[in-house]
Design a protein around this ligand. Structure first.
Ligand code: M6R
Length: 632
């Protein structure tokens, strides 16, 4: 539901006056005020009414943010502007009946990084005279200085955002006699920071588009264009795409696409535009299909994604094995779920490759990097390839001369493009905010790394993964899901839950706890299996759920720990090959050797999903979160 008002902004009283291909940037700090770094932008120009198409495109960008949204469409009487706090669905309901049939427009879906979520700060932002509207994704680092300068020239600001300066800068340029094109091009001379910008003017039948350090691609249809932050946004409407280079500027109209260039004081339009490329991504891969949510679709895809990975990854990792073998230090870095994968890598390398490796949270990497050098190798794990902390870690590693390997789902992402080697996850787009199939793929890649280092025959390394794939298949069956749903029902009233595991199963406890927290809003704490009695036991009350992950090897010790918890009132949920004596509920997961964590996490993904549904939460869009965290 729409949780805020819709505002219409005509000319104010004081009217005197880019999954796929992104950028190579260090995400900088922002200006004071509200920065809009993790947002989605989309536009339409062509022969059809723009508003419904923009809303459709924005809907597919909601994974980039869903705090607030807005659109601006050209009409004969000026720009039609609507903004709201809340989701695209609610916004669409209220806007579609009102929107004019204008064929040029832009829109935005926002994830606020600073400042409050409100209609004032939602995009598009307009110039003082209401003639120009812009949407922006990125951080304008010199926004404060530009605001002061523009205010001195009589401009009045309606929001706290850094983005709004863009509309006023274009307006100021035009006031001083520049054309719309030239004033837009001048942004490159004035803006510091990162941006993908779309601009419309009430008197010009075009969208102007540019980018620097933020993603922007252009979908090319027949006499129509769909500029957007990401390809899935327009993929069902056109599979042809133009990738914008850094600092390139384009004008898009029903008549065609031109590149804008500066010639002295003027702007010229050039017809030498790139030939659109066909996108290999299928529409199905970015659609929910018959599924209720992306999260469950992506959970159930894992049998297939793992199978593809097992077939294709050994060839992909072939080139990096000598680098790993010959390096003095191996370091894994990642954030959130990707950090959990890094930690799995640490356990796995010790067990399989007999190598000590370090695993660091990306944002902590700076405290360790001084120990690295050209004979080290840093493996950056990131589904999106855009996580700012991980990107920064890659920069830091490279500053020390250490080569980096990106293990990512987005082969043209910033982290991938910066790294010397890229290992794909073979998972297809992951659109739910919660990482699921990308996590099991990361574990599988690390398992292959480990096996390859242990043996000269990397092909052998796939055996445990095949075993995991078979178990995975069983765990996603309808019967298994029904059982997991029942376990989830028992967690409905719980205020807190504790999850434990030893060795690599501790990693599963961490990842399962993260899923329960982010997706189903349960306060879940992961502890190493031996740590409970060293303090946290004090929090256990009658009925507190305690979830244990183990394999045959850990069975005895887990039984003892679970019994201690049980005698203090805990309700024991066990996830392993056979129930514990104290189990109240059991989810059977047979051992799959080193690949067991790939399998054990599946019921926990399903359980988090089911619990969210039971609580009437949206599993795809957890509160306060966005898919790619592109702010440090
Ligand atoms: O795209 P990345 O893998 O770099 O993202 C890192 C984390 O933001 C991400 O794993 C996050 O923790 C997920 N929401 C977890 O489900």
């Amino acid at each position: 539901m729409l949780s805020g008002p819709i505002t219409e902004m005509g000319p104010p009283a004081n009217a005197s006056a880019s999954y796929l291909r992104t950028s190579l940037i260090r995400t900088g700090g922002g200006a004071a005020g509200t920065n809009d770094t993790m947002c989605g932008i989309a536009g339409y120009v062509g022969g059809r009414p723009a508003a419904p198409l923009i809303l459709e495109c924005l809907k597919r960008l909601e994974y980039r943010g869903y705090d607030s949204c807005g659109l601006a469409v050209q009409t004969s009487g000026g720009l039609f502007l609507r903004k709201a706090v809340g989701s695209i669905d609610g916004f669409r309901e209220q806007v579609l009946g009102l929107a004019p049939a204008g064929t040029v427009g832009i829109g935005h879906t926002r994830w606020a990084t600073h400042g409050v979520v409100d209609v004032r700060n939602a995009h598009p932002h307009v110039s003082c005279d209401g003639a120009i509207a812009i949407v922006h994704n990125g951080v304008i680092e010199n926004a404060d200085r530009l605001r002061t300068e523009l205010a001195g020239q009589g401009h009045r600001f309606a929001s706290d955002t850094d983005s709004e300066v863009v509309a006023h800068l274009i307006e100021e340029g035009m006031r001083q006699g520049q054309s719309f094109d030239r004033a837009f091009l001048a942004l490159q001379e004035r803006l510091l920071g990162t941006y993908a910008i779309l601009a419309v003017h009430r008197d010009h039948d075009c969208i102007l588009a540019t980018r620097k350090g933020s993603p922007l691609v252009i979908g090319v249809g027949n006499g129509e264009y769909f500029p957007a932050s990401d390809i899935p946004s327009f993929l069902p409407l056109t599979p042809r795409v133009v990738y914008l280079g850094e600092d390139e500027c384009y004008s898009l109209s029903a008549g065609g696409m031109d590149r804008l260039a500066v010639q002295g004081d003027l702007a010229v339009r050039r017809h030498d535009v790139p030939t659109p490329e066909a996108v290999s991504l299928s529409v199905e891969s970015i659609s929910k299909g018959n599924f209720e949510h992306f999260m469950i679709k992506e959970i159930l895809e894992q049998t297939g994604t793992l199978e593809r990975l097992i077939r294709e990854a050994p060839a992909a990792i072939h080139d990096v094995v000598p680098l790993l073998k010959n390096s003095k230090d191996i370091v894994f870095v990642g954030a959130g779920t990707s950090y959990h994968a890094a930690l799995f890598g640490q356990y796995l390398f010790a067990a399989v490759a007999r190598r000590h490796v370090d695993a660091y949270v990306s944002s902590d990497f700076e405290h360790h990097v001084d120990l690295l050098g050209p004979d080290s190798v840093v493996v950056a794990l990131s589904q999106s390839g855009e996580t700012a902390d991980t990107l920064e870690a890659v920069h830091l590693a490279q500053d020390r001369g250490a080569p980096t390997i990106a293990v990512t789902n987005v082969e043209l992402s910033s982290i991938a493009r910066l790294s010397q080697h890229v290992i794909p996850l073979f998972s297809g787009p992951e659109l739910a905010v919660a990482a699921t199939k990308s996590y099991t793929a990361q574990l599988a890649i690390l398992a292959l790394f480990g096996e390859s280092l242990a043996s000269d025959l990397p092909a052998d390394g796939t055996r445990p993964l095949w075993e995991a794939r078979d178990r995975l298949f069983n765990l996603t069956s309808e019967a298994a899901r029904r059982h997991t749903r029942e376990v989830g029902r028992e967690l409905l009233g719980a205020q807190q839950a504790f999850l434990t595991g030893r060795g690599r199963h501790y990693v599963t406890a961490l990842e399962a706890a993260l899923k329960l927290k982010e997706v189903s809003g349960l306060r879940a704490e992961a502890l190493h299996g031996g740590e409970m009695k060293h303090g946290t036991l004090a929090l256990v009350e009658n009925g507190t759920p305690a979830i244990h992950f183990y394999d045959q090897q850990d069975f005895r010790r887990t039984e003892i720990a679970a019994a201690e918890l049980k005698s203090r009132g805990a309700r024991i949920i066990s996830v392993g090959p056979q129930p514990l004596a104290s189990s109240d509920q059991h989810i059977r997961v047979e051992d799959a050797g080193i690949a067991t964590p790939i399998v054990q996490v599946i019921p926990m993904q399903i359980l988090s999903y089911e619990l969210a549904k039971l609580k009437s939460m949206d599993p795809d869009r957890p509160r306060n979160l966005a898919k790619s965290v592109t702010v440090p």
